[in-house]
Write a protein that binds this ligand. Sequence first.
Ligand SMILES: *[C@@H]1O[C@H](CO)[C@@H](O)[C@H](O)[C@H]1NC(C)=O
Ligand SMILES: *[C@@H]1O[C@H](CO)[C@@H](O)[C@H](O)[C@H]1NC(C)=O
Length: 350
Amino acid sequence: MKFLTIAASLAVATLSAVSALPVNTSAFQPRALTCPADVLSCSSASSGLDGCCVPSMGLLLLVQQWYQGLGPSNEFTMHGLWPDTCSGGQGPANGCDAARVYTDIDTRLQNYPSTPAGFMDDMNTYWSSYKGDNNAFWAHEWSKHGTCVSTLAPKCSSNYVQDQDVFNYFNTALGLRKQYNLYSVLSGAGINPGSTPNVADMHNAIKAAFGVDAQINCDSGVLSEIWLFFKVNTAGAYVPAEALTRGSCNGAISYPVKSGTIVPTSSVKPTSTTKASTTTTSRTSTSTSTPTGLPEGRQTGSCSTNGATVCVKNGSSNQYSKCVSGTWILNQCKTGLVCNSDTATSTHCA
Ligand SMILES: *[C@@H]1O[C@H](CO)[C@@H](O)[C@H](O)[C@H]1NC(C)=O
Ligand SMILES: *[C@@H]1O[C@H](CO)[C@@H](O)[C@H](O)[C@H]1NC(C)=O
């Protein structure tokens, strides 16, 4: 499971920005039941199918925003991944599963054993809140929308791990955002921030890149959000679908330059982007050492000694970093055990 998750997220990360290959989410989640092959949500064949096979609401909307102060100046950022009915009806305002309404997404993602190194940095960069409280934003999106993605329900997985559903929701959304990179598509069509494009040209650029049109929304004539619609098949692939409406922008609109970045209030600090030494196992600036001089602290970024492990806090935390395929990932000992440092690159749980 762990390796599948890592492989899947790496695969997503290496896809080209304008590729139309659907993101395959089934690799994250072995099915607890057998689903018929090649059935797409919102098709006649999907009617009556179990919600673990295709999303029971039908559509998934990838909602990206263009918001002053949020994210890099050349990237749209996430608002959410929203399940809608096939005719565009929204889910319940308070979500679909009261038992999985959470307020601590930040902690859950950090503690989930298969969260890759760098994932929280991506969350803070590409899914930040204009109110400044990223965790509260994520908690709202998860509780209202994530709990309504029926295929993510714990009962759908044969080997469910606590918070796998939460991780898969955010990982899927970030993967889709990266794959359906609106900034690249628009820029490739000569539409760049600081201009007043005709929204028809934006629709044409998106349709040419993804094969389907999007909903483009404005706030007082200024670009605010672009919604991409997806159907999901029984193999877990997100397949672009035609937008149900063209949105609220008309004629020439403002596509403003974004400047400045809101510093996230999330407890997760962005890691340095400096490339790690290629000859030694990299350590982050958060590394400390145990009384006997062995390294400890959460490791992030690239690493060169595959299989190396480092305790987050020797003798007291159950978490440890592990070097897998050149990248540090966060792992954890079984409940009741804590990580103990043995050598500079090995640990054990006891
Ligand atoms: C998605 O991944 C699963 C598991 O790795 C695989 O069986 C399936 O064929 C893939 N589906 C698509 C559409 O690539
Ligand atoms: C790790 O912690 C344990 C328990 O507190 C302690 O006995 C041990 O000496 C520590 N190891 C190192 C390398 O500091």
